[in-house]
Design a protein around this ligand. Structure first.
Ligand code: DGL
Length: 293
């Protein structure tokens, strides 16, 4: 409870991921809210999440949220598809209301699947299709590259099917990719891995998808390699921008989370503190060192 008492007065936006992937979302949020204070937590001691059992992902995500709330965050963005797909609803329903009462603070946790689906369908989340008289004449195919955890949850298939019958979703689980990015694999190895998944998805669909979601925040770090492996011009739905836009709309509806701030940025890791790996360095554009969480 140390941080909870000490840092209660400050109010920042928390950003959570198993590792460095969430930095892609963090950067877009910082661009959108330059004055806000941010604290980023990478649970690198437990990364990757994508192949872990669901209950572990729930427990680890909850621990990460508590850590960020202790650091003064009032609003947390789970910049992790796996945590958003598997843990978010459970935490919002079974844990957060009691925790909010216990602390007496306005606290919330948001995910990145909803903004992504809004961007993929072009429809607000509230929209659910009325299927009665529907005549679908052409179906576009959306490919979703993700961790096995996100793919097994079928969240993109289920939620898009409720909203847009002319968009068929095919997920491609990529069991090694987040770990390879986290471990700073060389770009040639990453390009080979990504080309293999693009080809596996093509074979499963029978053709390439019409558009694609990089449904794991780590993949955005190597978005150029996905672009090279997919047919030229395949539109990619970018989660960072979609999440920043959605957070802007959320803040308008919930001004209690607009905290002022002085543009502070802190980066914490449950893993080894210090500079992050080279892939992240080149994506971030300047050296980035993490403090121990
Ligand atoms: N970056 C995360 C995601 O969006 C987690 C990847 C992992 O830890 O497996 O799913």
């Amino acid at each position: 409870m140390r941080g909870r008492d000490a840092k209660r007065e400050t109010m920042s936006i928390g950003v959570f991921d198993s590792g460095v992937g969430g930095l892609t979302v963090h950067r877009a949020l910082v661009e959108r809210f330059p004055q806000a204070d941010f604290v980023y937590l990478a649970d690198q001691a437990n990364a990757p999440y994508g192949g872990r059992p669901g209950e572990e992902i729930v427990d680890l995500t909850k621990a990460g949220c508590i850590r960020l709330f202790d650091e003064g965050a009032s609003l947390i963005v789970l910049a992790c598809n796996t945590a958003s797909a598997i843990a978010l609803r459970r935490l919002q329903q079974t844990w957060l209301p009691g925790y909010r009462r216990e602390t007496g603070r306005p606290l919330n946790v948001l995910g990145i699947i909803v903004p992504t689906i809004e961007a993929a369908t072009g429809m607000p989340w509230e929209h659910e299709a009325d299927r009665r008289d529907e005549q679908v004449t052409k179906v576009d195919v959306l490919g979703v590259f993700s961790t096995p955890g996100t793919a097994n949850s079928r969240v993109f298939e289920i939620e898009i099917d409720k909203r847009k019958q002319d968009l068929a979703v095919f997920s491609e689980p990529c069991p090694n990719l987040a770990r390879m990015i986290e471990e700073n694999a060389d770009r040639e190895a990453l390009a080979g891995e990504i080309a293999g998944h693009v080809d596996a998805l093509r074979r499963r669909i029978g053709r390439h998808p019409d558009r694609a979601v990089l449904g794991c925040t780590h993949y955005e770090i190597v978005a150029d390699l996905f672009r090279d492996a997919l047919p030229p011009g395949t539109p990619l739905i970018h989660q960072p921008g979609a999440t920043a836009e959605a957070l802007g709309r959320y803040m308008e509806r919930h001004p209690e989370y607009v905290a002022g701030g002085t543009g502070q940025r802190r980066f914490l890791t449950t893993g080894t503190p210090g500079p992050q790996n080279g892939l992240v360095g080149s994506f971030w554009g300047e050296p980035l060192a993490f403090e121990g969480a």
